[in-house]
Design a protein around this ligand. Structure first.
Ligand code: PMP
Length: 323
């Protein structure tokens, strides 16, 4: 779908995936005015096809658009674009109960000009691609690198928006994590360089000795994850208290040593929930849940995946059936 100032969104179409030509002076190439979402369509236990909380992706896309000075696409149009692409691509949805059709809606500034101001023309697209199980051969704990050098987002910045620029800014940190033998980077807050914000592409939770959960608050510098929100609601329904408050890296390290923090996990659309095993930083390494997969983490993971796949009741009406 195209957008032009004064005209609104127009020219909606479905085409076979192919390269798009882009003018060298397109605003997005210079000033990174771009936003995106990521979600999955998948087979349910009864053979139907569903998406998980696509309305939440629509709402976050709208918030990202606002932060990046981009025009609003109606949430109804966003959802319709997803339903349409699923219907057309339904033969590409993996039949097994772990794979899915990954959906990537995104919008970017297509106006051709060199100047720093919000563009007047945009393109909104959705690509769909089948993906297999995130973990082949069972869930494995990830190792994380606490980057001493890089921050992901500062107060007043774009941390709460899902924009490409955030990820570009994080690539050096991710490279640093890989050089240090870790799967993912952990970002600390930009002001005090002390509190855990989130991982490169996931939010983080801690399981305390009493079984209650702890997670960094949405202060505007971390992405408001849909999986994060789902975990909070499920945990509270199961009678666990969820504290949203700053957690310092020292509290994590000391809590892991004393047993006060029994487990840690990361969550996001791609992996759903991933136990965190080893935490590495320039000050040294420590492990959580003895480096393995904690029982509370795995129980919450199962509960969430079972709701998604229609193997358990859906008390919050999260599963949107498409076919
Ligand atoms: N934080 C970041 C930086 C992410 O890229 C993602 C993935 N979208 C998340 C958290 C998790 O968000 P969600 O649960 O909505 O996938």
């Amino acid at each position: 779908v195209r957008y032009a100032d004064g005209k609104g969104w127009y020219d909606a179409r479905v085409e076979a995936r192919a390269p798009i030509s882009i003018d060298p002076a397109s605003a997005v190439l210079h000033y990174a005015q771009e936003i995106f979402e990521g979600l999955k369509a998948y087979k349910m236990a009864d053979g139907g096809v569903a998406m998980f909380r696509p309305d939440a992706n629509a709402a976050r896309f709208a918030q990202s658009a606002q932060r990046m000075a981009m025009p609003q696409l109606s949430q109804a149009a966003f959802l319709q674009s997803l339903r349409e692409i699923i219907r057309i691509d339904q033969d590409w949805i993996p039949q097994n109960d772990e794979g899915s059709l990954y959906l990537r809606p995104f919008a970017y500034a297509s106006e051709v000009f060199l100047g720093v101001r919000p563009a007047l023309e945009y393109l909104y697209l959705v690509i769909a691609s089948p993906v297999g199980a995130y973990f082949s051969g069972g869930v494995k704990p990830v190792s994380v690198w606490v980057t001493p050098d890089f921050t992901r987002a500062a107060p007043g910045g774009t941390g709460a928006a899902k924009c490409g620029g955030n990820y570009a800014a994080g690539l050096s940190a991710q490279a640093e994590a890989i050089e240090n033998g870790c799967d993912q980077v952990v970002y600390l807050d930009a002001v005090e360089r002390k509190y855990v914000d989130e991982l490169g592409g996931m939010n983080v939770f801690f399981v305390q000795a009493d079984g209650n959960l702890l997670t960094p608050p949405l202060t505007g510098t971390i992405l408001p994850g849909i999986t994060r929100d789902s975990v909070i609601k499920l945990a509270e329904r199961a009678g666990r208290r969820v504290e949203e408050r700053p957690v310092s890296i020292d509290e994590w390290r000391e809590g892991a040593a004393s047993g006060q923090i029994r487990e840690a996990f990361a969550c996001g659309t791609a992996a759903v929930i991933t136990p965190i095993g080893t935490v590495k930083s320039p000050e040294g390494s420590f492990t959580v849940a003895d480096g393995g997969s904690g029982s509370v983490t795995m129980a919450i993971r199962k509960e969430l995946v079972d709701i998604q796949r229609g193997r358990a009741a859906d008390p919050f009406g999260w599963v949107h059936r498409v076919l």
